[in-house]
Design a binder for this molecule. Structure first.
Ligand code: GLN
Length: 193
């Protein structure tokens, strides 16, 4: 199994390190031809405006969009989740890949709590709560009936979701030692989930 991590900007090295811990081949992706050999793709956190501009500049946007539409599994974390959304409610600065039926809001947690860590219940990952790290995180405001909600904060805010082979989290599983979220994505790639 070979997983690409979009390496335009942001926390791509941490995703590659996490995939290596799971003994999976992981490649940084910057070129169009590197997309053609992948079984799955991770779009990392960082700054969604920059990532989107660089995807356009590297001619990766339309290819990633069509691969995702034709079934390539894609996992977006934080800025990567913003890029998967087909609607961003509070910003027209970002051209998203736009393949998940979700509406997201950027920088949704305000200044005081713009970064925090919390133990999240994620039933798809088992009983044990998941240590979720939020950094200037977005939230999911709306999701269509095609979308499975995987996690909510205590107040009901949606922070992780799945639609077919597309997976999104508002938080950063690559910044913790808990490998279960990445394993869940690999199970989707392998067709076990
Ligand atoms: N605030 C960033 C954005 O809007 C996302 C932050 C992150 O990826 N940690 O793109």
């Amino acid at each position: 199994m070979r997983i690409g991590v979009l390496a335009a900007q942001g926390a791509f090295a941490e995703h590659i390190a996490t995939l290596h811990k799971l003994q999976v081949e992981a490649l940084p992706v910057r070129l169009l031809q590197e997309l053609r050999v992948l079984d799955g793709l991770i779009v990392p956190g960082g700054e969604s405006t920059s990532i989107s501009h660089l995807m356009l500049a590297y001619n990766l946007m339309s290819e990633i969009r069509s691969l995702a539409k034709s079934g390539l599994p894609v996992f977006g974390t934080c800025a990567g989740m913003i890029l998967l959304a087909n609607k961003i409610s509070d910003s027209d600065e970002v051209e998203p890949i736009g393949v998940m039926d979700i509406t997201v809001r950027r920088n949704a947690f305000g200044r005081q709590v713009d970064s925090f860590e919390t133990e999240l219940k994620i039933p798809a990952l088992g009983e044990k709560p998941f240590p979720a790290v939020f950094i200037r995180a977005p939230l999911i405001e709306q999701a269509s009936s095609e979308v499975e909600i995987l996690a909510r904060l205590a107040d009901g805010t949606i922070v992780a979701a799945r639609q077919g082979k597309l997976l999104a989290s508002a938080f950063h599983p690559e910044l913790t030692n808990d490998l279960r979220f990445h394993q869940y994505f690999l199970d989707i790639v392998a067709g076990h989930q």
